[in-house]
Design a protein around this ligand. Structure first.
Ligand code: FE
Ligand code: FE
Ligand code: ZN
Length: 280
């Protein structure tokens, strides 16, 4: 059975997220470690965390994704923005140690005119300050649409970050299907070619999760506007090829599509219906 879930609100804690995920047919899920735009996150309640881990150990697929807030920018120019990024990364990584099974995903950042190379140095520098050999949580760079001054729209940029991180074996990549298409990688016309390119530049062994989104915009638009599966430029046939591709089909698929919970339940069922059993 494929591992499929969606983005959920963390407002009611971990047990509630686990229960919600199961109620909509998901066996994985994603949540923001704090308000997507915001700053402070209250510390997780140990009793809630324990109940969630018990439930998830029995019914989930193990893996779930903690997504850093969008405001986290490790290659900002303003010192206070850099301080915020450092503080959030440190606190998130600390707290996730209590949540085995979590993958931590973040947007590499926007270099805000400092240039891609400077951005890459900033991002790797911050990871080198914060990653420790004792940490268990895999840290994922998300493939970006290349909107504005975003770093991570090219596979080479992700490679350059990974190459500069000392504890690089802790790092992985989350492939966002809306973002890569908007960035110019044609996963509709040539999925095999894009994944071969990803393998050559980054390495498929780095791939730990897929954000499964359709997109509102054409190839290379660098826009980053998610659409419901089958209702965007990717279309359902391309989505079916993605969820069945041998390099992807065993990864957790997280929907970040514009849906409420009932729509998510339908979309999760749709993904399951598209995915062909491999007899394994
Ligand atoms: Fe994201
Ligand atoms: Fe995403
Ligand atoms: Zn996006």
């Amino acid at each position: 059975m494929p591992t499929v879930g969606c983005h959920l609100s963390s407002a009611k804690g971990f047990l509630a997220m686990g229960e919600t995920a199961l109620s909509i047919g998901a066996n994985t899920f994603q949540f923001f470690t704090r308000n997507p735009r915001g700053s402070r996150a209250k510390a997780p309640d140990p009793a809630d965390t324990a109940s969630f881990l018990r439930l998830w150990g029995e019914a989930g697929d193990g893996t779930f994704v903690a997504h850093a807030p969008y405001t986290l920018n490790p290659c900002a120019a303003r010192p206070e923005v850099l301080d915020f990024a450092r503080q959030v990364l440190r606190e998130d990584l600390d707290r996730l140690e209590a949540l085995p099974g979590a993958l931590y995903n973040f947007h590499p950042g926007s270099h805000v005119g400092q240039g891609v190379s400077a951005g890459i140095e900033f991002i790797a520098g911050m990871l080198n300050d914060l990653l420790t050999p004792e940490q268990h949580t895999p840290v994922l760079l998300e493939t970006m649409a290349g909107k504005g001054s975003e770093v991570g729209g090219r596979f080479e940029e992700l490679r350059a970050i990974l190459d500069r991180v000392t504890l690089s074996q802790r790092m992985g990549v989350c492939l966002d299907t809306c973002h890569v298409f908007d960035a110019g990688y044609d996963i509709v016309g040539d999925l095999d070619g894009v994944l071969t390119e990803f393998d050559r530049v980054v390495g498929l062994s780095r791939l730990r999760a897929v954000h499964l989104n359709d997109t509102m915009n054409p190839l290379g638009s660098r826009k980053d506007r998610h659409q419901k599966l089958g209702e965007g430029t990717l279309g359902l046939e391309a989505v079916a090829r993605i969820v069945n591709h041998p390099a992807l089909r065993d990864l957790p698929f997280l929907l970040e599509t514009p849906n409420d919970l009932p729509d998510y339940a339908r979309e999760i069922a749709l993904v399951r219906s598209l995915s062909r059993e491999t007899g394994a």
